[in-house]
Ligand binder design. Structure first.
Ligand code: ADP
Ligand code: VHF
Length: 386
């Protein structure tokens, strides 16, 4: 950080199991001490820090000392054992720097529901205002399949949106995203800058190469996709590199930066990006895509070509062009049965077809967020690292 004046930023630091265990079966305290020192340095430089921590399952496994953790319920039990140990450790380590920490355990349900999202956001904001470092993990012990995020990469993107963060730093056991998994491809090149998360890029990202990690690079790309769309810059870097937090943020260490071209979105539109899952898909004709993307219009039934999925009034749906590219999402004012009758139809015919007119538009502009994922000519740049 040096002594140079930097604008105060909110930085979310996600610490994967791979970093916290340094490749061993239990938490590596020396590594955690070093990461806390670096977070304290960030705060010293005037930034706000939020930590998204993995490692509860690893800590629980070591504490129990019996072979287990293959089934979901066993993993949940291990997380319940390990979470207490994990937060206790963070609390003691941050206390060495006079920093108070707070624990927040979240599931998808906490961000899906708008009022719960606002509560989590307000708590987080309040903690930061009081100079506390929030330490966040998924509430694994109670996270059923329906409500779990499932991996801390996606969770950290949601947290970055909740915290209105400037940057999300994903620290892992690799220097970033490579053109192939470096564990099995030693010639793989580091991708140092990503401009657009394309299907080609997604195909380069494999799962976790270890028994303890969840999701590998695939979930880190999903996280980068969500966070950059909300205006948060995302970096992936190796957590064990000396002074990595400052070095990655200043662009001095090898890393992958997901450049954010989108202006930050506000309020409800941030929640639309972080919170609800899409329940259906609406395919729009070319005219509708242009009207929505370039002219600030709302979606009319006339521009709908096809639909899929089952959704109720107020559910989140994805809007796609005729090539299947998702370009927006938002809250639909009709259910799927109604829309099946109304697609391609002018609103003046709604009353005759339905017997009532719930709304003249299918998706109002205010309830919609554009994803801005135009195909880029050069989606990424690679770099040789020694
Ligand atoms: N294209 C890729 N570039 C870098 N790492 C990759 C790639 N594909 C898969 N991986 C794997 O992703 C792993 C990191 O993810 P993960 O194990 O989930 O770590 P963490 O616990 O830090 O979230 C790496 O150890 C690597 O084996
Ligand atoms: N919530 C889990 C971690 C889940 C997860 O995504 O792990 P990782 O891929 O190591 O970041 C735990 O605390 O063990």
């Amino acid at each position: 950080m040096g002594n140079e004046k930097v604008a105060k930023q909110t930085i979310v630091v996600k610490l994967g199991t791979s970093v916290l265990t340094a490749g061993q079966a239990s938490l590596n305290t020396a590594q955690m001490v070093e990461l806390v020192r670096q977070c304290a340095q960030l705060k010293q430089a005037g930034h706000q820090v939020v930590v998204v921590t993995s490692g509860a399952v690893a800590a629980g496994r070591a504490a129990l000392g019996k072979p287990c953790g293959h089934s979901l319920v066993e993993k949940q039990m291990l997380a319940a054992i390990g979470q207490g140990q994990l937060i206790h450790l963070w609390q003691n380590l941050f206390a060495l720097y006079g920093i108070t920490v707070a624990q927040m355990l979240l599931t998808r349900a906490d961000v899906e529901d708008r009022s719960r999202y606002l509560t989590a956001r307000d708590t987080l904001t309040q903690l930061l205002a009081f100079d506390v470092v929030p330490i966040i993990n998924e509430n694994d012990a109670v996270a059923t399949a329906e409500i779990k995020v499932g991996d801390n990469d996606n969770l950290s993107a949601m947290v970055a949106i909740l915290a209105n963060a400037d940057k999300l730093l994903l620290l892992t056991d690799q220097a970033g995203l490579f053109t192939a998994d470096p564990r099995s491809n030693p010639d793989a090149a580091l991708i140092n800058e990503v401009h657009c998360i394309t299907d080609e890029l997604k195909s380069l990202a494999g799962g976790s190469g270890t028994a303890l990690g969840t999701g590998g690079m695939a979930t880190k790309l999903q996280a980068a996709d969500i966070a950059t769309r909300a205006g948060v810059e995302v970096l992936i870097a190796r957590g064990s590199t000396p002074n990595i937090i400052a070095e990655a943020l200043s662009g001095k260490a090898p890393s992958t930066t997901f450049v954010c071209f989108k202006a930050p979105v506000d309020g409800r539109k941030r929640w639309l990006l972080a919170g609800p899952k899409s329940s259906g898909r609406i395919t729009c004709d070319e005219g509708a895509v242009t009207a929505l993307c370039d002219k600030g219009a709302s979606l009319l039934a006339k521009g709908i070509v096809a639909l899929s999925g089952e959704f109720a009034v107020g559910d989140l749906v994805s809007l796609c062009d005729v090539n299947g590219r998702e370009f927006a999402k938002g809250l639909c004012r009709f259910n799927h049965q109604e829309l099946e009758q109304l697609k391609g139809v002018h609103s003046r015919e709604f009353a005759a077809l339905l017997g009532y007119i719930p709304s003249n538009v299918v998706l109002h502009r205010d309830d919609m967020v554009l994803l801005g994922n135009e195909a880029a000519d050069k989606p990424y740049k690679t770099q040789k690292i020694s």
